[in-house]
Design a protein around this ligand. Structure first.
Ligand code: ADP
Ligand code: MG
Length: 467
């Protein structure tokens, strides 16, 4: 059971309005939530209908305002208290938990000598999960396909039974594949279904910056309290910590503390623990204790489903041909897919014209150059060499053997077609051939293509295989 331990002078004199609200909250919200967010708060002042309440940190302030605003307002109403507004402030000076003492007078720490001095510095600002979680990154708008179904299922399991089955959950995969989306979805779901849970969302980078900042200002105790008091810690993009040994060390202790208390840990990374360079062994092995799941690039069908979902969210419906066009023209990166859609929607709204395939082709041709293949001389040479079972270097040799010369002509032709390279530049790349030789090669292939269907198919095939 929760003990409401604050019993100070104000209560005795019957003026601690906050205490009365607290007591009511203790009956209304789960004990764990009370412990996390309410127990360590205290009344500061009451004037002109404003109740000032001291809270231990910014995160608690945000949480009380955003998540418990309603419950508190109701309590005030029921108790019929003369309060119009509750104002929280985190300038409470106390030693961080566990030695944090709610009974200490606000400024007592200042008089306690130098050891207490460092603790009495103002609380560093840690971002609260409530404000950080993107409301659009929820489970119900995450499109599940074969590329991500396992990761999705694991994330759901963690969100319904944190700390039970998969701890830690390690999600890895390339950029724009939905890792952050899943992490936010877990956080949001937990906040919704376990009100009062202390969800801490951070990224490798933020964790590091918070640590460095706190070390510098002599407030590392706050850092420890913030991260180690989490009921669930979501650490996005852990690969950023590659080679950062001090930060890894800190994270190692955070991890252990949480793990020992069966608190859920979810980590994302652009690659497996094994492949993160400069990740210390003891962290690597811990990451592998739980469940590792990957998110892969979406296939065409999933891409189209994602487009539909996103368009629907924006209140648009995509014509079939536009949908196919975007899905096939963008690389398999959901962020790029979204970018294309957003631009198209913007264009369509601004010009007040219906979305058509023609419009999509026009708009996206300029706006997503990344979606067009960026063909280079080297990528053409590689593709041609592969088709003819040669080494790229062989194509670039001086040799005039037909087995080399013919593919080389095709390569020159394709480079001219697909890249901005000039004739002399092409020549230089092939053992210094004169530009007239290059021109000759190009003309020849061009003419052959007119009548040789096999060559035509081959050119098409090689073009498609360039990457
Ligand atoms: P990552 O963290 O893996 O780089 P994000 O989670 O930031 O990728 O995803 C990039 C964008 O793509 C986000 O806007 C996200 O909502 C969207 N996205 C990724 N995967 C999906 C999916 N399966 N369903 C819906 N949207 C997705
Ligand atoms: Mg991400």
């Amino acid at each position: 059971m929760v003990q409401v331990e604050v019993e100070d002078a104000a209560v005795a004199s019957g003026t601690d309005l906050w205490q009365r609200i607290k007591s009511r909250l203790a009956a209304r919200i789960p004990p764990q939530a009370f412990h996390n967010w309410v127990a360590d708060t205290r009344m500061d002042a009451h004037e002109n209908g404003n109740l000032r309440v001291l809270v231990p940190d910014q995160v608690t302030k945000d949480f009380l305002e955003q998540e418990y605003g309603d419950v508190i307002a109701r309590a005030i109403q029921e108790l019929n208290l003369p309060i119009r507004r509750v104002i929280y402030s985190s300038r409470m000076n106390g030693a961080p938990a566990p030695s944090y003492n709610a009974e200490r007078a606000p400024n007592a720490a200042l008089e306690d000598g130098s050891a207490e001095m460092s603790r009495s510095l103002p609380e560093p600002i840690f971002a609260s999960a409530v404000g950080q979680l993107n409301p659009r990154f929820r489970f119900d708008n995450f499109v599940v396909g074969s590329c991500n179904q396992f990761a999705h299922a694991a994330a759901r399991a963690v969100a319904s039974q944190p700390g039970r089955s998969y701890n830690p959950l390690f999600i890895y995969g390339g950029v724009g594949m939905g890792k952050t989306h899943l992490m936010h979805a877990i956080g949001r779901e937990l906040l919704d279904s376990f009100r009062g849970m202390r969800v801490v969302y951070t990224s490798g980078e933020r964790f590091m910056n918070d640590m460095v900042g706190c070390l510098r200002s002599n407030r590392i105790a706050y850092f420890h309290r913030h991260y180690r008091s989490a009921d669930i810690l979501l650490l996005d993009d852990v690969h950023i910590l590659a080679g950062k040994e001090r930060t890894q060390e800190e994270f190692f202790h955070t991890f252990n503390e949480l793990y020992e208390h069966q608190k859920q840990i979810v980590i994302s990374s652009d690659t497996t623990p094994k492949n993160i360079p400069g990740l210390v062994e003891r962290l690597r092995s811990r990451f592998e204790w739980g469940l590792m799941v990957d998110v892969q690039a979406p296939d065409l069908e999933t891409k189209m489903a994602i487009l539909d979902k996103k368009a629907e969210l924006e209140g648009f419906s995509l014509p079939e041909d536009v949908r196919i066009y975007i899905a096939t023209k963008t690389k398999s990166n959901v962020r790029e897919l979204e970018g294309a859609l957003v631009k198209l929607i913007a264009y369509s709204s601004v010009t007040r014209s219906a979305m058509t395939l023609n419009m999509a082709q026009q708009v996206l041709k300029y706006l997503i150059p990344g979606a067009e293949r960026r063909v280079t001389m080297e990528s053409v040479i590689r593709a041609v060499a592969e088709e003819f079972k040669l080494q790229p270097a062989q194509l670039k040799q001086k040799s005039n053997a037909r087995t080399i010369a013919y593919p080389r002509q095709i390569a020159m032709y394709l480079i001219k077609e697909l890249t901005p390279a000039s004739l002399p530049e092409i020549g230089r790349n092939f053992a210094g051939k004169h530009h007239t030789t290059v021109l000759h090669a190009i003309r020849k292939i061009d003419q052959l293509r007119q009548k040789d269907a096999d060559l035509n198919r081959l050119v098409q095939k090689v073009t498609d295989s360039i990457h």
